[in-house]
Design a protein around this ligand. Structure first.
Ligand SMILES: C[S@@+](CC[C@H](N)C(=O)[O-])C[C@H]1O[C@@H](n2cnc3c(N)ncnc32)[C@H](O)[C@@H]1O
Length: 277
């Protein structure tokens, strides 16, 4: 049987990127819990987490399905899978297990009550080509739930020009790599094109410009993306100046009392076999 290869993954799998995933997950855990609850995850279910990274979404799902349920996380990165396994074991969540596999090559879809994924469709040039084959393998009534962000919506108010340039570099790198940096607000169309009528939820987090968390989110995202940004000619490493970027952003904000809005998150969910329209 021929299997589609996994597409090139733009963020890489360095130790620092795995740490960034963990930090990013902390910002978005409330919204993720809300989507997973509203999409219908419940005690005793079997849930598959696509592109599970270091296990944060799986961990939330494991809470919801409880000890009688089961969560399986899959990811192409062996390092991410090893870390996810160790973290959930340390949390005593024995209902979660992890496996190195691409989404495309995984062959166990039929046994799950729900398939979930966060920040994974964005890494596919055509998310519909990832979802349609899944739908064919899932049982009728199974839940499909994805969470994505709109990167271009990250902004400071009043505007901070350097922060705006950082967001612009990220968005342009994704665009040149053939990825949609605003996959969040595309979820509605993606689901409908796959024959699903989704329910939707949107979330925006906010931090003060004096808090390192908001600025750190941008800096660490850029750190992981710098090789791609430079390779695609979006900006030079000198322009980005990653080692001093955080201090320069904080200096730009000064004591101006700016609000930093994180990228908007969108959750979309539906059940297989639910009519569209
Ligand atoms: C941005 S991270 C998100 C991780 C996790 N879902 C979260 O929200 O914390 C995307 C993850 O998807 C994995 N990934 C990318 N393409 C994949 C594919 N085709 N099959 C399986 N995993 C993939 C990457 O290795 C990475 O760990």
């Amino acid at each position: 049987m021929s299997v589609n290869p996994a597409p090139e993954y733009v963020l890489g799998h360095s130790d620092r990127e795995l740490l960034r995933l963990e930090q990013q997950a902390a910002f978005f855990s409330d919204a993720t819990s809300d989507v997973l609850t509203r999409c219908g995850l419940a005690r005793g279910q079997k849930v598959l987490d696509l592109g599970c990274g270091v296990g944060d979404v799986s961990s939330i799902a494991a809470e919801l399905v409880g000890e009688t349920g089961r969560v399986v996380g899959i990811d192409i990165s062996p390092d991410a899978i090893a870390l996810a396994s160790a973290r959930l074991k340390a949390l005593g969540k024995a209902q979660a297990s992890f496996k190195v596999s691409s989404i495309e090559a995984y062959d166990g879809y039929a046994g799950f009550d729900a398939v979930i994924g966060r920040f994974i469709l964005v890494h596919n040039a055509e998310p519909r080509d990832l979802i349609r084959p899944l739908l064919a393998k899932l049982r009728p009534g199974a839940i499909v739930s994805f969470i994505e962000m709109d990167m271009s919506s990250a902004a400071a108010v009043p505007p901070l020009p350097l922060l705006g340039r950082c967001v612009g570099w990220i968005v342009e790198a994704y665009r040149r790599a053939g990825r949609n940096s605003d996959t969040g607000s595309s979820l509605y169309a993606i689901f409908r094109d796959c024959g699903l009528e989704p329910k939707l939820a949107g979330y925006t987090r906010i931090a003060g410009s004096g808090e390192l968390a908001g600025i750190g989110f941008v800096v660490e995202s850029l750190r992981s993306l710098t090789p791609l940004i430079v390779k695609l000619g979006v900006a030079t490493a000198e322009e980005i100046g990653i080692e001093t970027l955080g201090q320069r952003l904080l200096a730009e904000a000064g004591d101006g009392g700016h609000c930093v809005f994180y990228p908007r998150l969108v959750g979309a969910w539906a059940t297989v076999g639910s009519p569209k329209g």
